[in-house]
Each structure stands twice: as C-alpha cells, then as structure tokens.
Design a binder for this molecule. Structure first.
Ligand SMILES: C[S@@+](CC[C@H](N)C(=O)[O-])C[C@H]1O[C@@H](n2cnc3c(N)ncnc32)[C@H](O)[C@@H]1O
Length: 291
C-alpha cells in the first residue's frame, strides 16, 4: 500500500468526486428518513495543502485552486449554485480565498450530514486509519473501521436505515483493479440493490475504461449514470488524463446537473488539448437489444 492521497488531495479528480458526493448527499437530505454514508477507501479525512508532500505535486493548484484560489475567476451563477454545498465545506477549512487545507471525503460527508444520519469511514492503511480515529474521536455519528474495503462492503450492507450512499474510491495501485471493482460491485448490489453507489475510476486512455463498462453491462447492473471528465486527450496509458464516476441508482436530478457542470469543469480544469466530458445513462440491461 504505497498510495498516499496527500499527493493528490484537491486535484481535478477530487473536485469532480467531491462535488458529486455533496450533490448526492444534499439530494438524500430532501427526505426526512435518516441514511448512512459508507466510505470504503476513506484516506485521512483532511489534508494540509502547504505540506511538503502536497507541494511536491501541487496537483491541488490545477484543481480546487482553479475554482476557489485567489487567481480563480468568479464562478458563473449556475455553477456556483451547483458547487455550493461542496464549496461551503472547503471554505470552512480556509480563510478567504487563500487555500491551505482541503477536506477529504470523510470530512465532507460528516459536515454535510444531519445529526440523525450515520457515517462509516473505512481505511486499511494503519497510519491513515490512526489519523481518522483521531479526527473522529468525538464524533458520535461516525464509526471508523480498518478493513479491506471489499470485506467492509460485505459486512456493512445493507445498512440498517435501508437508505444509503456507498463511496468506493480505490487507489488503483494494482493492475486489474477495475475488474475487481466490477466483481465487488456486483456482490454489493446483491446485498443492497436500492443503494446509491459512487465508484471513482481513473481515465488514462479509453480501452480499459470501455472494457470496464462493457463488463458491467454483462453483469446486468441496476440503472446507472456514467460521468467522465478529461482535462486533456485521454490517449496516453501512462498518465492520468481524466477520471470517471459510475453512479448506481443516481438521484434523478444528477444527469442534468452534470450536463451543466461538466462543460464548465472541462474548460476551467483543462490541462492540455483534447479535454472534454461525457455523461450518460446506461441502457437498461434487461431490455431487448436490437439484433
Ligand atoms: C483515493 S484514496 C481515498 C481518498 C478519499 N476517498 C477522499 O476522497 O478524500 C484511497 C485510499 O484507499 C486506501 N486503501 C487502499 N487499499 C485499500 C483496501 N483494500 N481497503 C481499504 N482501504 C484501502 C488507501 O490507503 C488510500 O488512503
């Protein structure tokens, strides 16, 4: 386990993932019934953007730095409205537009949840798990676990509230992790078919991504939304050119929200020629296909 999120915290991929996470949590809060967020690969929860590690890559400057930093142009009103729940939490960590710290998914979720909702954060790395324990020591609604993510998924689903959002955000250190994800997701859905699942995946070049989506289609998953953002042409296997989120059982509002947000993000976070975005609903798998 070599991956440390501090090198990447606040980058373009975090901006997309965390903006979507916040939108889904806000949507779920529209109903009074409590729900549970399960963060299977949690990281440490908060990140020091002035740390030596963050400074080694400065990835955050091409991400949240372009949205909220001192040189960032103002956001158009429709974009500011869509990013409002996410940026409200980022602002809680920073004074004005000078960015010094960034919330990871556990902090983002905790601060958006109501007192009646629950949060489970799971992190396998011993140092990161210890930091999480420390962070949430006094947070009664948060449970911190140190399990392999797929063991956690099996053990924790379905949640007792029967309403839930599961964020699956692996580091993709090992080859074949996309195939692992497809298998794990199928198991998770047999336990909690009505849950909302958000899976993050890297986009370097397109063939493995297309293969991943084809493998999911063959597994017959529930309705889903495929969301991708490319900050430059997705045509080089050895670098991160974009990222994707697969949202299973998405809020019905999310596709329209993405159609507004993604064109903006692909321009604002561009890192070279050939960037872009996509969002589309998966074809219902039980429907007959044309021959
Ligand atoms: C991309 S980071 C998570 C970032 C976090 N979700 C966020 O958005 O702020 C992935 C994390 O997964 C952890 N991890 C790696 N393998 C794991 C496993 N098998 N089970 C649980 N956590 C794992 C890593 O230590 C790392 O902290």
């Amino acid at each position: 386990m070599n991956y440390r999120h501090i090198y990447h915290a606040g980058n373009f991929a975090d901006v997309l993932k965390h903006a979507v996470l916040a939108l889904i949590i806000e949507y779920m809060k529209q109903k009074d019934a409590p729900f549970r967020v399960i963060d299977t690969h949690a990281g440490v929860g908060r990140y020091d953007l002035l740390s030596v590690q963050a400074g080694k890559t400065n990835e955050w400057q091409g991400g949240i730095g372009r949205i909220l930093g001192p040189d960032a142009p103002p956001l158009p009103p429709d974009i500011a409205a869509l990013l409002a729940p996410y940026l409200a939490i980022v602002r809680e960590f920073n004074a004005g537009n000078t960015l010094t710290a960034y919330p990871g998914s556990p902090e983002l979720a905790r601060r958006l949840l109501r007192p009646t909702d629950a949060l489970i954060v799971n992190e396998l790395h011993p140092d990161d798990h210890a930091e999480l324990l420390d962070l949430f020591m006094r947070a009664a609604q948060v449970k911190v676990l140190q399990l392999d993510a797929w063991v956690a998924v099996k053990a924790l689903l379905p949640p007792k509230e029967r309403r839930g959002l599961v964020l699956i955000d692996p580091p993709y250190e090992e080859t074949g992790e996309l195939a692992r994800l497809a298998r794990g997701l199928t198991q998770a859905l047999t336990r909690f078919a009505t849950g909302t699942f958000v899976l993050w995946y890297p986009v370097k070049d397109m063939p493995p991504v297309e293969e991943f989506h084809v493998s999911l289609k063959n597994l017959g998953l529930a309705r889903s939304l495929r969301i991708e953002l490319y900050t430059r042409a997705p045509d080089m296997a050895e670098r991160l050119n974009g990222c994707g989120l697969l949202v299973i059982n998405p809020p019905w509002t999310l596709q329209d929200q993405m159609q507004t947000l993604l064109p903006f993000l692909s321009r604002r976070l561009a890192n070279g020629p050939g960037g872009g975005w996509l969002v589309y609903r998966s074809i219902p798998l039980h429907a007959p296909r044309p021959s």
